[in-house]
Write a protein that binds this ligand. Sequence first.
Ligand SMILES: C[S@@+](CC[C@H](N)C(=O)[O-])C[C@H]1O[C@@H](n2cnc3c(N)ncnc32)[C@H](O)[C@@H]1O
Ligand code: SF4
Length: 445
Amino acid sequence: MKQIDRLSALGLFDARVPRYTSYPTAPVFSPAVGAPEQAAALGALPPDVPVSVYLHIPFCERLCWFCACRTQGTQTLAPVESYIDTLEQELTLLSGVLPKGLRMGRMHWGGGTPTILPPDLIKRLAQAVKAAIPPTDDWEFSVEIDPTMVDRDKIAALAAAGMNRASIGIQDFDPQVQAAIGRAQPFEVTRDCVDDLRAAGITSLNADLVYGLPYQDAARISDTIDKVLSLAPDRIALFGYAHVPWMAKRQKLIKEETLPDDLARYHLAELAADKFLNAGFSAIGIDHFARPGDGLETAMRTGHLRRNFQGYTADTCPTLIGIGASSISRLPTGYVQNAAATPAYTQRIAAGQLAGVRGHVMTDDDLLRARAIEMLMCDFRLDRRVLSNDELDATCAEIAAQYGDLVELTDEALTIRPAGRALTRIIASAFDAHKPEGVRYSQAS
Ligand SMILES: C[S@@+](CC[C@H](N)C(=O)[O-])C[C@H]1O[C@@H](n2cnc3c(N)ncnc32)[C@H](O)[C@@H]1O
Ligand code: SF4
C-alpha cells in the first residue's frame, strides 16, 4: 500500500480531532468553574515564580473570510477605546487578588488585531499591565501584527513598551488566493512592515502561513514561500486551513469547490515543509519551523518545547494569566476562561467581578494525560519513564498494535516515527479521556 493510502486508512483525512493547544480542550470547560475559583487560584500563586500574560484584543478593521479567530469587526476606534477602559479595570481587579511581588516573565498580545490600537492606547495598555504585574528584567513581549494594520508610530510605541518579538500574519501572497479569503495584502506592504520591525529591534520574527486555502496550488504556495524566505523570518507557523463554517460563520463566503481536496492539501503541506527544511529551518512539532539558534529551535533541541493556547512556545512559565474577552488562564488548579462575548465580559468587569465564567479543575489523571498529549505534540515521543500508569500503558500498547511501524514502543518511550507524524493529532487523541458530545473539530491533516 502506498504511504498516503496507509495514512488515509488510519484516518488522516477523516478524523476530526482537536489541535490540543490545551488538554482538556476548551469545549470541555464547564460553568461550574468561574470567578470565585479564578480569584482563589490567582491569590494562591507563588509570588516568586514569574507568570506569563496573554492579552486578547478582539477587534479587526477587516474580517478576513478564512479566519476562525475570536474577533469582531469595527470601523471606528470607539469600541476599542472603551475595551481598553475595561481591560484597565480588569487589571485593577487582578491587582486586588494577585500576591504582592508577582512578576511577569512573558506577555503576548493576540487577537483579533492588537495593532488596531493607536500609539496612545498601546502606551496606556502596556503601562496598565506593568503596573499590575511588573515585568522581570529579561521578560519577553510578543505581539501579533497585521502588516496592513500597522505603521511606524505603532511599532515605535510597541517597541518603547518593550516588544522584542513579533508575529506577522501572511497566510498567502497570491492575489487570487487573497481575493478568495477576503484579505488583500501586498508583498511590498509586508516587506516594509518587516523592515520597520527589524529597525525597531525585533530579534525574533514569526510569520503565519496557511495551507489548504482556496485556489492554492503547488506553484502558488511555492511562490509565497520564496517571498516569505526573502523576508528572513526566524520562525514560521504553517497552519492547515481549518474550514469550520458552522463555528466561523464568515467562512461561508468561501466557496468549498475552490478548496484543494484532501490529497492536494496534503501535498501542499509537504511541499511547503520541504522548502523550509531545504532553506535551513528545523521542523518544530506538527506545524512550525524555526531557524537554528532561534528560541523555539533551542527549546525543541533541548527538550523544553511546550504547547499552549498560542501554539508552540519556549515559554516554561507554569502559569498563564489570560486577560480580556474570551482569554483562558492556565492556573495551578486548572483552566478558567473569561466571558467570550465582549458585552458579557464588559458587564462582569463593570460589576466589579473577575470575568471567568467557565473552566476545568485538573485531576491527577488530567495532568498526566495533558503532559502525555503535550509530549507527543511537541516531541513525537511520550517518555514512559516519566509518565506511566496502567491506563496510559494500555493506550500505548493499543497504539503500537494499530499503527505498526509508524510508531515504536519500548519500555522507555512511545515514539511516533517520521513516517507517522502526519497522524500525531490522531494518535494524541487516543489519550484524551474527555470527548465532548456534539463538538465538531477541524480535520487532522
Ligand atoms: C489572530 S490571527 C492574528 C493575525 C493578525 N490579525 C493578522 O491578520 O495578521 C492568528 C493567525 O491564526 C491563523 N488562522 C486564523 N484562522 C485560521 C483558520 N481558519 N485556519 C487556520 N489558521 C487560521 C492565521 O494564520 C492568523 O495569522
Ligand atoms: S486574520 Fe487577522 S485581520 Fe483577518 S480577521 Fe483574523 S484576526 Fe482579523
